[in-house]
Design a binder for this molecule. Structure first.
Ligand SMILES: [Zn+2]
Length: 239
């Protein structure tokens, strides 16, 4: 059975890249749930390939704010046909290419911002040539402060797969049946739920923790073989 790894930006980096950027069309608003009482956003998945230019309501995604549950659902369902099938649309999900400014140096794999994972175009092409599956890179509209810079693409990394119940608190309450809200900390010793893991892609986020990137052995082997900077890589057991 294939192994799985958590990918993170390393704690210390020789790269200096910073972004002052966001997604062109904005995001789904937060929601206020009448059932559980939670007001929340926190969806970290970006859909950089989504184009809202033909949607009359596109202005309603520009400003982050909480909305009543039914209004949130209306705005969510308007964009559902535009995102990849099965795409999880949590409050806060982001749409469109990255716009803004970039400064400093960027590693070939630059995962410092979980809502905008970036990589060099050349790194994407080399990973794909190695047979890594499911990588989709999108052109950014970033402006650089310096003349010499790599071509940075944004990866669309979709949520798939979940934590195994054995690694989450025994008193973990089921998610809110209306809005899906769940409140627990990411475990120190995570375990992945084997039955939930995708078989068609070598890179994904967890559905129940969109901030967590998981890659397969195939992805990690290729990154190491190609010597691509710079990710902290740690195996996560599967059950
Ligand atoms: Zn709720």
């Amino acid at each position: 059975m294939t192994k799985f790894y958590r990918l993170r930006a390393p704690r210390n980096s020789k790269y200096t890249g910073t972004l002052n950027a966001g997604h062109k069309w904005g995001s789904l608003p937060g929601l206020r749930c009448p059932e559980c009482g939670a007001t929340w956003a926190g969806g970290m998945t970006a859909y950089p390939g989504v184009d809202l230019s033909t949607l009359a309501e596109r202005g309603e995604y520009e400003k982050p704010r909480p909305e009543p549950f039914d209004e949130f659902v209306r705005l969510r369902e308007l964009v559902r046909p535009l995102v990849p099938p099965g795409g999880q649309l949590l409050p806060g999900a982001k749409f469109g290419p990255l716009v803004g400014t970039a400064t400093g140096t960027f590693s070939p794999l630059f995962f410092y911002y979980v809502e905008m994972p970036l990589l060099h175009r050349e790194a994407l092409e080399r990973l794909q040539a190695e047979g890594v599956r499911g990588l989709r890179g999108f052109q950014t509209e970033l402006r650089f402060r310096q003349k010499k810079h790599p071509e940075l693409l944004e990866l669309e990394i979709l949520p798939h797969g979940r934590l195994h119940p054995d690694c989450t608190p025994p008193d973990r309450r089921p998610p809110c049946p209306k809005c899906g809200w769940e409140d627990f900390a990411f475990p120190e010793e995570p375990i992945l739920d084997a039955a939930s893991l995708p078989t068609h892609t070598d890179l994904f986020r967890l559905s129940d923790f969109e901030t967590i990137f998981i890659a397969t052995e195939r992805f990690v082997d290729a990154v190491r073989r190609l010597d691509l900077d710079e990710l902290a890589i740690r195996e996560v057991p599967v059950r």
